[in-house]
Design a protein. Structure first.
Length: 149
């Protein structure tokens, strides 16, 4: 994990999309577990779009999600009207990326698309990376990614 320790006086973090959140709460890789460990050790924020929490709280991952959300470095983002409006055009671009990459007609489940769009908004405004397992969602978008295995 690069840039794990923020410079003095700066807040640093990563924004998780839906797939990355699942990856981390299920401990799917050593790399993902190390991201969580280093974030905790160095106070690096893990920012989660609120819709991701809502989606995962409806399924079998809910207990693991609840434990993950109790970590001191995990923050659920707010959804301001500006954030919601800014995510609209980004969601359109993400759906187009899905279509280009052969995901049928680009009709991925809407929550996945919206979580990714909000991840872009949060990451762009903060200058942070998006943690993801699905980098093709972000093709052509001006964001930095950290790709989980």
């Amino acid at each position: 994990m690069s840039e794990a320790i923020p410079p003095a006086g700066h807040v640093s973090g990563h924004v998780l999309d839906l797939d990355a959140l699942v990856h981390l709460i299920e401990g799917k890789s050593m790399y993902g577990r190390e991201v969580v460990r280093q974030s905790s050790a160095y106070g690096v924020t893990l920012l989660i779009p609120p819709l991701a929490v809502q989606v995962l709280s409806l399924g079998p991952a809910a207990p693991r999600l609840e434990r993950f959300l109790r970590m001191s470095v995990v923050v659920v983002g707010s959804l301001s009207p500006d954030d919601a409006a800014a995510a609209g055009p980004v969601a359109t671009a993400i759906r187009a990326n899905l279509h280009r990459h052969g995901s049928g007609s680009g009709d991925s489940p809407l929550p996945d698309v919206l979580v990714a769009a909000h991840a872009v908004v949060y990451a762009t405004r903060r200058g942070w990376r998006i943690l993801t397992t699905t980098p093709h969602l972000y093709d052509g978008l001006d964001v930095r990614l950290e790709i989980l295995p």
